[in-house]
Design a protein around this ligand. Structure first.
Ligand SMILES: [Zn+2]
Ligand SMILES: [Zn+2]
Length: 238
């Protein structure tokens, strides 16, 4: 966190150095990103992403959409607009926050975006099948996504029973945990551990971690054997 001197923010462990939450999902022929954080440009550079087929959005909070302008580089090299998949609420905010990308007469070099609407049905991007899952961020509906045996839930503090069914059977589950203390719109550490036990998933990673959670190595040591803290650059093969 900017201007913070806490032990996490001053840690020299690379696993305590976190950019905003996002994932890249790759099959042999398709690459997609979930969300475009304010760090999107650097995240794409750091992961050496040369081609991006689509971006799927979870919700329109700034820390999940702010980096969208930088799809311009992918437009430049692919010669195509970027396919965006988002629900209507998120699309409305994207159009409001990046009006120049949707103007009738566009200034040269603006991001080229093609909007696709996520309803509640499965959809495919290239050869990747995506199942949307509705979760709650206090009162805001947020989309989580299941890709085969892998499920990603960010920015949630509650999941309805019928949506939990869509998560069950996953082999790897990534879910947001902010800190140990409770929070109005994010799972706390204890709440997330309870959820994971209920869903009985073999391998779990926590993400969207605040500096308030504590040092990576301390928290990792406290967690049950099948649960880990995610860290920037973590690669998972499913
Ligand atoms: Zn701090
Ligand atoms: Zn967030």
């Amino acid at each position: 966190m900017i201007a913070c001197d806490c032990e996490v923010c001053t840690s020299t462990n690379k696993k305590d150095k976190r950019l905003r939450s996002s994932i890249l999902v790759e099959s042999s022929s398709t690459t997609l990103a979930v969300d475009t954080t304010p760090d999107f440009r650097y995240q794409m550079l750091r992961a050496n992403v040369k081609r991006l087929d689509a971006i799927i959005f979870t919700h329109p909070h700034k820390d999940h959409i702010a980096g969208l302008d930088d799809v311009r580089a992918f437009n430049f090299f692919s010669g195509k607009p970027m396919d965006i998949f988002a629900n209507e609420m998120t699309q409305e905010v994207i159009i409001r926050e990046f009006p120049y990308a949707f103007a009738d007469t566009k200034y040269p070099g603006v991001p080229e975006i093609r909007l696709n609407t996520i309803a509640f049905d499965e959809f495919t991007v290239g050869d990747i099948k995506v199942t949307p899952i509705l979760v709650w961020h206090m009162k805001m509906p947020v989309l989580a996504f299941r890709f085969g045996k892998f499920t990603y839930v960010t920015d949630a503090n509650r999941i309805d029973e019928d949506e939990k069914e869509k998560i069950r059977g996953s082999e790897v589950f990534v879910v947001n945990v902010l800190r140990k203390q409770s929070h109005v719109s994010h799972f706390s550490l204890g709440e997330a551990i309870d959820l994971v036990r209920e869903l009985n998933i073999p391998v779990v990673y926590f993400t969207h971690i605040s500096h308030q959670l504590g040092l990576h190595q301390d928290i990792e040591a406290e967690l049950p054997a099948n649960i880990h803290l995610a860290y920037d650059g973590l690669t998972i093969t499913v």
